[in-house]
Design a protein around this ligand. Sequence first.
Ligand code: G6P
Length: 366
Amino acid sequence: GAVELGPYRHYMQKEIFEQPRAIADTLEGISAITPDIFGDQAFATFRKIDSVLILACGTSYYSGMTAKYWIEGIAGVRCDVEIASEYRYRDSVPNPHALVVTISQSGETADTLAALRHAQSHGMLHTLTICNAATSAMVRECALAYITRAGVEVGVASTKAFTTQLAALFLLTLSLAQVKGRLNDEQEAAYLKQMRHLPVAISAVLALEPQIIAWAEAFARKENALFLGRGLHYPIALEGALKLKEISYIHAEAYPAGELKHGPLALVTEEMPVVTVAPNDSMIEKLKSNMQEVRARGGELYVFADGDSRITSGEGLHVIRLPEHYGALSPILHVVPLQLLAYHTALARGTDVDKPRNLAKSVTVE
Ligand code: G6P
């Protein structure tokens, strides 16, 4: 039957606010890290593999990009991420010892399925999917699976599917780290505790909505926007730009902030809002000097900092502070205000938020 909207104006808004519940459901029953959560054969497979190859499209591709930082940084396993529609038509070098990971909300995206089959036909038989649809083709065709429990996602712009994918990919990272001898009991307990606290932490971020609505009024009058992030939060900047493009039709681009000087700085004027994802991680000082480069050209900064970032509002510099700094899991929190910014900007522009022009929820043909 139809999913009820309840008190919300659009499915997208409802789905943004469902994220605490979606993450809690996705992590339900996980009391310890073990490869078994991905299937009976996962332990044997994880022992054999020497690298990970992630294949996905759209928002799911950005969760894969985020996971690359985790898988290499925490598990010490090499990880490549490819856009499914490019991978399938490229002559790549098959590695039979790679774990092929497809990420898909629907489990039916034609390009991702074709990329999976392409990998299999080249002898890459260690396959795993992170998928929100338990009975999908993707789950049937992969040896191992983790089913996210976002629930039905109606809005074309993906939100809760993305954050639940990230939660599942973090579980995958920890399981790989364990099998590769890179996770001790203390670290496991600390990560699990942080993961269990995510629903509460996301709720605190959702409470920032009134401040974000005020920013959205300014964004609604722009035709271009630049998104910056570094490290783990570069993919989050990409996802923020994608959300804004998809539903508000504002042209938005994302850059890793260190690349500003190699091109996008030429676009920066007083007319250019620059959204910056700025948690207090190891890149924060570098990011602050990138922000100065923007200010020096008159660009207006809209910064999502956290309690520890030490960035204060000033002329041309607006700051919203997320309550908690969240370490490796910070991307799961920082994407939420970007979803809300896109949503409220689209609302202010009067676009069809749940059914943006020219886009489909699930692209099952090439
Ligand atoms: C379409 C949707 C996107 C989605 C992408 C991949 O383009 O509009 O929101 O991210 O497909 O979909 P999947 O179901 O494979 O995650």
